[in-house]
Design a protein around this ligand. Sequence first.
Ligand SMILES: Cc1ncc(COP(=O)(O)O)c(C=O)c1O
Length: 392
Amino acid sequence: MAKKPKTPIKPATTLVTAGRDTQGQHGFVNPAVYHASTVLYPTAEDQVAHRSRYQYGRRGTPTSEALEGALKELEGEQCAGVALLPSGLAAISTALLSVAGSGDHILVTDSVYRPTRVFCDGLFKRLGVTTTYYEPLIGKDIAKLLQPNTKAVFVEAPGSQSFEMQDIPAIAEVAHAKGAVVLTDNTWATPLYFRALEKGVDLSIQAGTKYIGGHSDVMIGCVAANAARYTALKATMNTLGLCVGPDDMYLALRGLRTMGVRLARHFESGVRVARWLEQRPEVARVLHPGLPGDPGHAIWKRDFTGACGLFSIVLKPAPEKAVHAFMDALSLFGMGFSWGGFESLVILFDCSEYRTATKWAPGGPTLRFHIGLEDVDDLIADLERGFAAMSA
Ligand SMILES: Cc1ncc(COP(=O)(O)O)c(C=O)c1O
């Protein structure tokens, strides 16, 4: 093992030290990448008894253990273990499948990542699980929606397009009193900025595709579980035969080492651009819980220690052509969906197409930005060019 410091360490240090086994790697800093399926046993007796450190490539290798171990340490003491899945969406569906089945009911925030909704309304429904979507700001009133067969409450804060915050500790308290499991999609904050398991969440999911990978070159997901949920989570994953390719696990582990510095920069630059956008005459509202004027700011300040680079804006009413002109004039903002990489992004979105528990009527076109690691002055200059094209 890498030498452990004697005093408690901070998350930035954990990112560097966690999951490392220098001696086991012949002194090298990073682990080997095991491309592996079968495991050979030295004797017939060992084979019959399944006696070996590893059983089968799908069920774990030194590479998967290094990443799982690092993520577990990062999640903190309440984490009993981490499951690695081939995408963020696979992490969401596996976590949900580990808590509910035929005849059960679940509660899901109306602000949830849309493909989570597609899973609940499609496959989960076919399996006999019913879903009720709830108003994201519901807080303790979630009690009114809990039924005797409610097995899970899914929260996500902030919503990754609409950016409502949720009172997760309050929701968790009520859910637990009725025996329901609490799951969250913690991709936006990561455990660096929201300690989900310490705030009452049982299963905390991340699309590692975003900030863990950090370079837009890997698809991976993970679920961190507390002791009550870890066995069922692992069993579900193993039954489904899910595992991650070794190179993707390695890229995720490499990304994790620099996630702290990258996130700090995304946070700082994101707030700067958001503040600049607040002053623009074309912008009606900026949806960023880290800004003092945001309706979710008080909860963000109480429960979170930072923000990533993802937020949205509502433009004052403008013709579609003008909004497209704005986007097309940008040269530093790519138009793409998967955020969390080093590069800046913009998309036009509309939540009104799918929300059911709450009405989404922002009053103007809505754009989501991901603020990357470029120089923030260059990004602002690029946005200025966009606004000039919009008014032309
Ligand atoms: C909030 C959120 N959760 C989950 C996912 C799914 O991650 P993946 O693309 O790795 O399946 C995404 C992807 O955009 C996301 O934005």
